[in-house]
Each structure stands twice: as C-alpha cells, then as structure tokens.
Design a binder for this molecule. Sequence first.
Ligand SMILES: [Fe+2]
Ligand SMILES: [Fe+2]
Length: 299
Amino acid sequence: MEDNIKSPMAETRKHILDTLDKAQEILTLPSVIQRILEVTSSKNSSVAELKDIIESDPALTTRILSVANSAYYGFVRKVSTISHAVVVLGFEEIKNIALGMSVLKLFDRKGSVFMERLWRHSLAVAVATRMVASHLGLKLEGKYFVGGLLHDIGKIFLYQYMPEVYGVLLTEMLDNDNVYTYHRLETLICGVSHEEIGGRLLNSWGFPPDITDAVKYHHLPGLAVTDKVFAICIHLADILCSIKGITPLDDHFFLPVDRDILDDLYSLKEDFSTDDMVFLLERLDLEIERHSSFVTMFR
Ligand SMILES: [Fe+2]
Ligand SMILES: [Fe+2]
C-alpha cells in the first residue's frame, strides 16, 4: 500500500507545515487572552490587574465564575467576584482555564461525525488526564485538564486546513481493514504527526512549555523534557479512552504504552500494574459523568 500513496512524504510534510505557518496568522488568540498570558507570566502582576483584564470581557467573566463555582473545584463558599476567583484559583489556574476555553473556539467543531467523535474523545481524555494525575498522587492543577483537552488539536488542524490530505488518511483508515494503524498512515500520508502540529500551534500561542511539551509528546512521553510526568498522564488517559472505544475514529487498535515511561511510572507509584489501569477504566465513566457540567463550559 505504501506504493499507492500519491504524495511523496517530504513534499506533503512541507506543504502541511507551510499551510500551518499561514494559518497561524489567522488562528490568533483574542487580545484579552493574550493579555492574560502576559500578566500571568509576569512576576510583578497583581490580582487587581488580572481582575481588570478579565472583567473587560463579560462573557469570559461569566464563564470563569461558572467554572470556579462548579463541582470540579468543590469550593464550599460561593465564588461571586473575579477577585475572589483569582485568589482561590490562582494565576496559573485562571490562565489554564482561559486558554482552554479560547483555543478550541478558533476551530469549527461541528458538522461531521469525525469532529463529533474527536470532540467527545478530547473531553474524555481531559477528564481522564486529571483522574490519572490524581491516581498518581500529583497535585491537581488545571493544566492536566487543558493538556488532555488539547492533546489532539493537531488532528483538528489537519481535518480543517488540510482536508485533501487528511481525507485520504481517513478513507485509508476505513479501507485498510485495520492493517495500518492511524499513526502509521499519518506518517505515510502526511509526513508529519498531529503531535508535532499540536506542539507547534501551542508554541505559537505562547502556551506554557509544560503543556506544549506534554501535547507534543503525548504518544512518546518518554521524550518529554519539561514535565515528563504530565505527558505520561495524557498518554495513559489516551490509552484508557482508546480501550473504552472513545476514539476519534472507529478503528480497533489499542494505543501502545510507551515502555520508556515505566521507570518513571514506578517511581511515582511503586506497585503500578494492570490493576491500576483496570481501576481507572472502571472509574472513567463516573468521572466523565461527575464533570459533565464543567466540561460543557469548554464547548
Ligand atoms: Fe494523539
Ligand atoms: Fe487522543
């Protein structure tokens, strides 16, 4: 089948990366989000500054307050002002929420079975990444949810900006009787992986390096440098969702575990075994249900 593929890999890769460069001029984050990124990355910023920026956008204000009051955080006292939200959630968390909410809005996510499945997969991986992080005893931060939510953003880009190439891949997925995995076809047909595209996109938006890196290496977390454990969480979450059949494509491959992460996994949880994966699999539906109202705020 490799001979049947029309585009020579290197040429297609260049074409895709050129299109990505051009698309990045259009795919810009709203100025309010860019200002939030600036303020939250500066050591000298104050709560008042961040509050003023958020309150300049009423829709964002409402969404942040809804998130702060959701069961996801479980605060006992009602969070009724942005100042209060900034204090209880912290700069990092506000930044993660705002980024997660704004990035997906840049893409048209409706109107096709593939996009519907990819959206469902992304939300499930977001919840699962948080669940895995918690299971591994990590301090829960919004970055786990946001990293999981955006991990396959490269696929959204390929689908919307490279339909002539990605359409070939999707057709081949259906026609090759599960002989080739998605990743093999992606390499053969596109010459570039969705993880690489995702990493480039997040980098262009000024995302923190731990999120960018975790997205870039979610299939090979052993290669992540900034926060390998974060990449491992997305990796395991993706595998859990693939076993459950919550996948963007109706294929029958389980994603393989990157064996390079085993030592890191055992240093986090000494007796990590298939029992942990079974426990997490059984818990996933409940977690998805529990966070369903939180999750819809990212739609
Ligand atoms: Fe992926
Ligand atoms: Fe995925």
